[in-house]
Ligand binder design. Sequence first.
Ligand code: CTP
Length: 417
Amino acid sequence: MTTIAATLEAQLDEVSLRQLRVIAGVAAQRGLQAYLVGGGVRDALLGLPIGDIDVTVAGATLGFAQAVASALGGEVMAHSQFNTFALNIADRRIDIAMARRESYAHPGALPTVSPGSMDDDLARRDFSINAMAASINPDSWGELLDPFDGRADLRRGVVRALHDASFRDDATRILRAVRYAVRLGFTLDTHTLRLLRRDLTHIDGISGARIRHELERIFQEGRAVSILDRMQRLGVTQTIHPALALDAPTLEALRRAVNCPYADKAALFLSILTYDMAASDRVAFTERLRLTSRWAQVVQDTARARSSVQDDPSIDVFSRSEIYMRLRARDEAAILGCALFDEDGAAARRLTLFLRELRYVKPMLNGNDLLELGVPQGTRIGELLYDLLVARLDEKIRTREDEISLVLARLESATDG
Ligand code: CTP
């Protein structure tokens, strides 16, 4: 039996090591065997930092998960009908799952789940590199279960599906395959690549929410643009939606987005990916992916920011206040997405001016100040505040005194009139 005890000890931080030993202790008291599974084992063997801790135990129940949580001083946050448990231990998350067997009634269906052995649990997984488990039990700590030769594939740098029906069972694995290959600098195994091409159309059977979730995970990757580029060359993006075309300008804009300090990369990517879509495609894409209201807003605002600023032929003579009025209700990611698309153009300069400066402009006077200056209560207050904002945006006034003079002048001209 291969052991990776030393690797686990080197790759896991102190806290995780201690937590795994506690989990294994609780399991041993109940006669159960606990394993670290999936990405944690893969990353440990690659010498990468281990992100999420996923533990699988044949026969895990809610009672077991609660006993682990209390031994670790945390709580069970979530519990699914398939006996998967999310534990929160001092702001760290640990996932514990019952070992399971899965079958698919038809392509794209959610799996039918039943309790199973560790072998069943590894056999239900996507790729050999994700289908390994390391024992965390005291008497077999570090023993590796690797029924599909995942370790050899890690050495060869290959992403390989476990069986020929893998992508048909769950076509989100097509997106996952490309994500892992690009992230790890691996190639897709030749037969797996054939299966991927054969089963592309099964993406149509996957719900919008699940595709969206996979795209979100891609957007968070350091090499997100290369993943999308590879997906495009394999025909994956076009299968998700025909308008999801990544031509050279789109890829360029996405690369600029990666280097831009804006935090919500997913929203920014979405804006750029939909920037060139026709109106009907935008609607169809939004529906296909069942976009959340924020994301739908980003898509819509990208089109609006583009048409009201970028595509307007009179853009060269826009005043600062005009730019402000056209963009003030638009989502920030949408404006930035448009700016990144046409970085050196006149439009981009205006979009950037709005984001850097104009959106923060406010008059110094407020409604109370206007009342004190003698403006009657009612709509006149709002109108004058608007006039002050426009004058300030267009740099016609600078000081508080300038604002007071403008208000008094307007009051006077109203009285004269
Ligand atoms: N899995 C699968 N098929 C899927 C999704 C997940 O077989 N469609 C399995 C894989 O074995 C994977 C594990 O469930 O390792 C956990 O999934 P996930 O958390 O998505 O991946 P990680 O392995 O943690 O990888 P990542 O580094 O991307 O988070």
